[in-house]
Every structure is written in C-alpha cells, then in structure tokens.
Design a protein around this ligand. Structure first.
Ligand code: G
Ligand code: G
Ligand code: MN
Ligand code: NA
Length: 253
C-alpha cells in the first residue's frame, strides 16, 4: 500500500522530525526529562500520525531503520544541548520488534559511540506487552540495555496485565501511568483506586512514576495527593519541535 512504500523512502527523503514533550517534576519545579516522539510529513500523503505508521513499520520490519534514525537524532540533540550547558534526559519509545532484532543492543552502542551521547541521558520506554511476548528474550535484552546505563520505563502502564511478581523480574526504573486512568480521575473512583495501587506498588518496587496525559490542574491536584510528583501532558506542553522547546520550558515556570 501507499503508506508502506512511502515509509521505505522516508529516512532518505528526510521526512521525519523529532518532537519532544517535557516531563515535569513538581517537587523540583524542573523539566526532568523529555519524551521523543516521531513525526512524519510525507510529500504525497501529507502528515501521517505515528499511531498509523508505527504499526505498519513494525509489520514490514522497517521499524529498526526508522528507530535508528530517531535514536541518532535524539543522541545528537542531547550532545548539542550538553554543549550549551543544558542536561536533558530523553525517553525514546522502543517496539518489541526491535528487541527481537539480534543486533539491537549492538546498534544502540554504535549510535552512542558515533554521537558521543552518554547512556545515562537515555530512557527506553517499552510497553508491558513486550515483557510477555518472550520473557527470556526481553529479560536478556533489557538486562544488556540496563548494563549500558540506559534506564527502562514501562509505557502505558496499567492497561496490560503485568503482575507484581512479573515486574520484579525486570530491571525497570519507572512506570508511566496510562492516560486512560488520568482522564477521569476527578470523578472515577476506580481510576483513583488503580492509580493509588500503582503508587503503592512503585514504592515497594523502588520505581518512579510519571502520570501521562495530564490536561487539567484538577488532575494534577488529585495525582499529587496520591503521591505522584512527575507529570507529562498537554497541560504543561504538547510535543513540540526542538526549536520551540526552550520557549516552552521557560513558559512552564
Ligand atoms: O505522538 P503520538 O501521540 O501521535 O504517538 C502515537 C503513538 O506512537 C504512541 O503510542 C507513541 O508511543 C508512538 N511513537 C511515537 N514515536 C515513536 C517512536 O519513535 N518509536 C515508536 N516505536 N513508537 C513511537
Ligand atoms: O503511547 P505513548 O505514551 O508513547 O504516547 C505518547 C503520546 O501521547 C504523545 O505523543 C502525545 O501525542 C500524546 N499525549 C501527550 N500528552 C497528552 C495529553 O495530555 N492528552 C492526550 N490526549 N494525549 C497526550
Ligand atoms: Mn511513550
Ligand atoms: Na503512553
């Protein structure tokens, strides 16, 4: 189909852009990190959302090519900020298909070396489903990634089926509460109870928590009461190109 054939040329045609969305810590009142999100503007098809093309890239085996482009861009941006005296930690979304590639860890090492980016500036966001696809493989790859100094975060947490004992097996640093639980947290007692349970669990597992999809100050108040201090969402900033980032960060506080 059209999307797939255009996707194969998109890196060479320089059609991808990295957008960044701030992750804010209300204790330190600082932007403690950014999530990198890919954007695609195709010459013929126009703007196509990652929700649409990432699954196609995964199925067609092209995701690693796109993600390698993405990682190199992000690593270069981090090195560039570092040169300006700005230390920014960046989270990058990683698909299961990449974990499966035998040269995934090698590629990451290569790109870190090539760009001079330090691993401890990076987090990989993976979904719970990755852990269930192939437990042994996921554990092996994530342990190697963790050994490089890259942090690991579970994206969209709560909508999968991970049990406590399951999570304990993996070298996970943080959980991102799925925005489905944040959306109606003011009125929905069940959502509040789930978030409360995630907060309790994160304490015993010694993981930090980020609430995603925060759009209102009311949501922030309730999440703070439940012990959450790190937030990401439109209320603070939409994902923006890096040229708009500095302006946005200074506008938050
Ligand atoms: O940015 P947006 O809300 O449109 O993202 C839609 C989905 O695409 C999200 O689930 C997000 O995690 C995913 N996504 C965005 N950028 C990347 C990327 O670089 N790699 C992967 N694997 N997924 C991404
Ligand atoms: O699946 P993942 O968490 O990686 O998806 C990240 C995407 O979620 C971002 O690219 C962005 O488009 C979207 N997003 C970020 N903040 C908000 C928000 O406050 N509300 C909504 N509806 N979507 C958001
Ligand atoms: Mn994510
Ligand atoms: Na998410």
């Amino acid at each position: 189909i059209a999307i797939q054939s255009q996707l194969y040329q998109a890196v060479d045609k320089d059609e991808f852009t990295v957008y960044y969305q701030p992750q804010v810590n209300l204790n330190t009142k600082e932007v403690e990190g950014l999530e990198a999100l890919i954007r695609w503007n195709n010459q013929e098809l126009g703007f196509i959302s990652p929700g649409e093309f990432i699954p196609i890239a995964e199925e067609s085996g092209w995701i690693s090519t796109i993600s390698n482009w993405m990682m190199e861009e992000v690593f270069k941006d981090i090195v560039g900020w570092e040169a300006e005296g700005i230390n920014l930690h960046v989270a990058i979304n990683i698909s299961y298909r990449q974990i499966e590639e035998s040269d995934f860890v090698e590629n990451v090492m290569y790109l870190l070396n090539k760009t001079g980016c330090l691993a401890d500036n990076i987090t990989f966001e993976i979904t719970e489903s990755i852990l269930m696809e192939d437990l042994d493989l996921a554990l092996k790859v994530l342990t190697e990634i963790k050994a490089l100094g890259i942090r690991i975060s579970i994206d969209d947490f709560g909508i999968g089926y991970s049990s406590l004992s399951y999570l304990k097996k993996f070298p996970i640093d943080s959980l991102k509460i799925d925005r489905a639980f944040v959306k109606n947290i003011q009125e929905d007692k069940n959502d509040m109870a789930i978030v409360q349970a995630i907060m309790e669990m994160s304490k015993s597992l010694e993981m930090t928590v980020i609430a995603e999809g925060v759009e209102t100050v009311q949501q922030i108040h309730i999440l703070k009461e439940l012990g959450c201090t790190a937030f990401q969402g439109f209320w603070f900033s939409r994902p923006v190109p890096k040229s708009e980032l500095a302006i946005n960060i200074t506008h938050i506080y």
